[in-house]
Design a binder for this molecule. Structure first.
Ligand SMILES: C[S@@+](CC[C@H](N)C(=O)[O-])C[C@H]1O[C@@H](n2cnc3c(N)ncnc32)[C@H](O)[C@@H]1O
Length: 213
């Protein structure tokens, strides 16, 4: 469930950090301000923090710099090994947004960057409902990911990317489950979160859900 795109990262792992630093022209706008996007997520994180989809460990590094207690969750074995080698003392476990071993202590923050779009909207709702149950009383979700203001904005972005001739990016945007702000808002509110959004570049939004007492 939600793991159908995990294999893509076996091929992307060695060039992933080049992509996020802007060397891949097609993804330059997607990753514009990457370091600041990750920092904004880390700045809001506190307490026991579980990170989904750690990839090569770039957000993980910022969480560890804050001296947070971090558990990494990653379904791709190669990415897991990469991050484990980078941070030998970190606990990096096999899991995904919907299935992961629960730490013994209550979770204060759930974080993720550039990964939640791997889930269908139905899977996203299931995940967020689970988060409302397992988070500590003042717990929070802080995700940054590509989404669109509405269906029209998504269509316009597809057309722009097509004109740019960025065929790989266009295929990605159509293949995976990049949702709208309206849908994201509803699924967090239905699960009992107070939700706020801020747009960080042409693609990426910060999604901040606070669990309601
Ligand atoms: C685009 S990378 C993002 C890596 C890192 N978070 C970053 O911001 O650079 C997406 C990561 O999500 C992982 N992933 C794919 N499907 C997932 C799922 N269902 N649950 C959790 N992580 C998933 C991939 O294996 C990959 O490591």
């Amino acid at each position: 469930m939600g793991r159908e795109f995990v294999g893509i990262f076996d091929e992307w792992i060695d060039s992933y950090d080049d992509s996020v630093s802007g060397k891949d022209e097609e993804y330059r706008e997607v990753f514009a301000g990457y370091d600041d996007i990750l920092q904004q997520v880390a700045d809001r994180s506190q307490g026991l923090t579980v990170e989904f989809g750690v990839g090569t460990g770039n957000l993980t590094e910022k969480l560890l710099q804050k001296k947070l207690d971090v558990v990494g969750v990653e379904p791709n074995a190669a990415m897991r090994a990469r991050t484990q080698t980078r941070f030998p003392d970190l606990s990096v476990v096999d899991g995904d947004f919907n299935h992961f071993p629960l730490p013994e202590k209550p979770i204060d923050t759930l974080v993720s960057t550039y990964a939640f779009h791997h889930l269908t909207d139905e899977e996203k709702a299931q995940a967020v409902n689970q988060y409302a149950k397992i988070l500590s009383p003042n717990g929070q979700v802080v995700f940054a990911d590509t989404m669109f203001e509405n269906d029209e904005a998504r269509q316009k972005q597809w057309e722009k990317v097509k004109k740019q001739g960025f065929n790989n990016l266009l295929e990605d945007l159509k293949r995976e489950f990049y949702t709208t702000k309206q849908i994201m808002q509803k699924l967090f509110e239905d699960a009992g979160f107070l939700i706020s959004f801020s747009q960080l570049n042409d693609y990426v939004w910060l999604i901040h859900g606070k669990k309601q007492a």
